[in-house]
Design a protein around this ligand. Structure first.
Ligand code: MHF
Ligand code: KIV
Ligand code: MG
Length: 287
């Protein structure tokens, strides 16, 4: 399998991967160790997804996630990612006021979090913002199809674009975002035929999640592929490891060994010199 070299990934190398038919691999990460492992495993793009609200903060949806949350986690991820290109989700309602306000929020993600790009959920209505960010040097990734920040409007996490009208709207949105300057596009939970068609129509790379093999790249949630405590795992997830069981087993063994006295052993313990101990007792130091 071909993999881009060791030099840091850029927007240019991401676009080039599409031209060369090399699939782009994206994974979410939310902290320093997960970013470091993903980076070392050769992941091309790391997404600091607002899914962190659900998988690491325990909220019911991504709606409660704040800009401060995203910046905080982005700081940790960018310290761990040496080669991977880090993209951060703009959270709920941080890009729906004025373009100036949205630009300022995107700017904080770049300047404080040190992300290389931002991702925003929505279609053609975001064109003025995408244009402004792109002009200001902030690369933008679009996100269409199932847009989880609109879960309360969509009525659940459902597949999108199943009718000809809905599919046409998604295609129009995708083309508008590309035209406005988005350098990549996430397509979530859309029928595979539509995702493949959109991937052919667009010159920018498409990154699918629950959108089939016809996309230029794939993205999944870190905790989902590792079975690491994530709940309500979507159908499109494939599990590649069982970190949850591994961690629970290790913690259970630790608890058992503390309770029966098997831990700690001498090797985990510090000692005082005999001479110091004699002085302690002999001189009657009060302890
Ligand atoms: N752990 C996790 N993984 C994700 O991929 C993820 C999150 N959280 N949180 C934010 C969004 C929400 N996502 C989701 C969540 C559930 C489904 C889901 O259950 N979908 C149904 C399909 C329903 C239908 O038939 O229309 C499924 O069976 O997969 C899909 C996407 C994707 N994102
Ligand atoms: C699932 C991906 C695309 C995402 O937006 C997230 O992790 O928040
Ligand atoms: Mg997201």
């Amino acid at each position: 399998m071909k993999m881009a070299g060791n030099s840091p990934i850029t927007t240019a190398s991401i676009k080039e991967m599409k031209r060369e038919g090399q699939r782009i691999v994206m994974l979410t990460a939310y902290d320093y160790p997960s970013a470091k492992l993903a980076d070392e495993a050769g992941i091309d793009m790391i997404l600091v997804g607002d899914s962190l609200g659900m998988v690491v903060l325990g909220y019911e949806s991504t709606v409660p996630v704040t800009l401060e949350d995203m910046i905080h986690h982005t700081k940790a991820v960018t310290r761990g990612a040496k080669r991977a290109f880090v993209v951060t989700d703009m959270p709920f309602l941080t890009y729906h006021g004025t373009v100036e306000e949205a630009l300022r929020n995107a700017g904080r993600i770049m300047q404080e979090g040190l992300a290389k790009a931002v991702k925003i959920e929505g279609g053609a209505e975001l064109v003025p913002l995408v244009r402004r960010c792109t002009q200001a040097g902030i690369p933008v990734v679009g996100h269409i199809g199932l847009t989880p920040q609109s879960v309360h409007q969509l009525g659940g996490y459902k597949v999108q674009g199943k009718t000809p009208e809905a599919a046409q709207k998604l295609l129009d949105d995708a083309l508008a975002l590309e035209e406005a300057g988005a350098f990549a596009l996430v397509m979530e939970c859309v029928p595979k035929q539509l995702a493949e068609l959109m991937s052919h129509r667009l010159s920018i790379p498409t990154i699918g999640i629950g959108a089939g093999a016809g996309c230029d790249g794939q993205v999944l949630v870190y905790h989902d592929i590792l079975s690491y405590g994530s709940e309500h795992v979507p159908k499109f997830v494939k599990k590649y490891g069982d970190a949850g069981s591994l961690i629970k087993q290790a913690i259970t063994q630790y608890a058992g060994e503390v309770r029966c006295g098997a831990f700690p052993q001498d090797e985990h313990t510090f000692t005082m010199k005999e001479e110091m101990l004699e002085r302690l007792y002999g001189e009657g130091v009060k302890i």
